[in-house]
Write a protein that binds this ligand. Sequence first.
Ligand SMILES: [Fe+2]
Length: 133
Amino acid sequence: MAIDIQWCKKFGVGHTDVDREHQLFLDLIRNVSEALDRQEPKDWCLRLLREVEKYVDFHFFSEENLMLKSGYPEYLEHQKKHAEFLVSLSERVQAYASDRINLEAVVVFLFDWFVMHSAQMDKKLGKFLKEQP
Ligand SMILES: [Fe+2]
């Protein structure tokens, strides 16, 4: 069954750059989900997952720069979550590559994490950034 991955207003954290990057993050997750629906070749699905990994790494780095620039007090905690996610994602991509889990499990993991992290930690950051002079 297809997983419906669409941007919706509730994902917004109220910061233009973060929201723009989150939309692209979601677009890349959707690409993987659509490749799953179309049963595209595994090599191609792995390329798409690698693209997600590269983009997420970039996106986290730029979010962390916003935190450093603004003196965000929860930087370390937030940065740790980003680092943990990158490790978990890479483990899952490896597991998929070696047929230990299916692609749907990776897509569900990506989408759930996105929703949970943007709704909690990134919203907190967005609120803090908004309050800065
Ligand atoms: Fe974040």
